[in-house]
Write a protein that binds this ligand. Structure first.
Ligand code: 5RP
Length: 247
């Protein structure tokens, strides 16, 4: 089954090219034979999935066991013949050696906002089950403070939609129920929940908020990622890929 392909503008084409360079670079640098590998979700992480598939097909990588963080990633792995397993499987239950993913924002301490693609629940499982963590972004995602620009996604069980939105409002956020495209009503996540996108009026402490948001009844997970600082591969508009070391 093929997905719709939208016509890209020149700028979008250039951005895709940059993301692809960074996605390929991180796989070439960090993925080794025998690894248990988490693969992330989104238009940037997919380039790392494709590069992994390419190297496996060429025989330059071997014995890789993958954990795919979403249906999007599973489907891409299926297309590329990349073997993937659940995190509960015998192959992966001892944890992951490396996870490669995208992000929506990265602050100076390499703390992240993720979940623009709605997959942060499983992406966080992968991130925190991994020894090494690598993030690929373009330079537009590097910010001074998290939470005031890109809204932090908060996944809540449908029954908690209104109460959780009120709690977020009390914490100083403007809250939007994420609406689906090409389906009427809200986005329903791969785990049957809805997403509240919360934008704060002033900078917040991401580590504190990561814990605090999950204390709201009905919240399943939120998009602050602060506990496994990643290596960050930054695709720059001048055409280079900069690597920011793990802090
Ligand atoms: C999905 C994510 C994505 O990694 C994040 O939204 C970045 O996506 P893209 O690379 O398409 O901009 O967290 O839940």
């Amino acid at each position: 089954m093929e997905q719709d392909s939208n016509r890209m503008t020149k700028d979008e084409g250039q951005l895709q090219q940059l993301k692809m360079s960074a996605g390929r670079a991180v796989v070439d640098d960090m993925v080794k034979c025998g690894m248990k590998l988490g693969l992330g979700t989104g238009s940037t992480a997919i380039h790392a999935v494709r590069r992994t598939g390419e190297l496996l097909a060429q025989g330059q990588l071997c014995d890789i066991s993958v954990f795919a963080t979403s249906f999007q990633t599973e489907i891409e792995c299926e297309k590329l013949d990349i073997p993937f397993y659940t995190l509960n499987s015998r192959e992966l239950s001892s944890g992951l050696d490396l996870t490669i993913d995208g992000a929506d924002e990265v602050d100076p301490q390499s703390r992240l906002i993720k979940g623009g693609g709605g997959a942060m629940l499983i992406e966080k499982l992968a991130a925190y089950a991994s020894v090494l963590y690598a993030i690929i972004v373009d330079e537009s995602k590097i910010v001074e403070n998290l939470g005031t620009g890109f809204p932090v996604p908060v996944e809540v069980v449908p029954e908690a939609r209104v109460q959780a939105a009120k709690a977020l409002d009390k914490m100083g956020a403007v809250v939007y129920l994420r609406e689906a495209l090409r389906k009427a009503g809200p986005v329903i996540t791969e785990h049957g929940n809805v997403i509240l996108d919360a934008r704060f009026g002033s900078p917040v402490d991401p580590a504190f908020m990561e814990t605090e948001l999950n204390r709201i009844p009905g919240v399943v997970e939120n998009g602050f990622f602060t506990r496994n600082p990643p290596v960050v591969y930054i695709a720059c508009s001048k055409g280079t890929v900069e690597i920011r070391k793990k802090p």
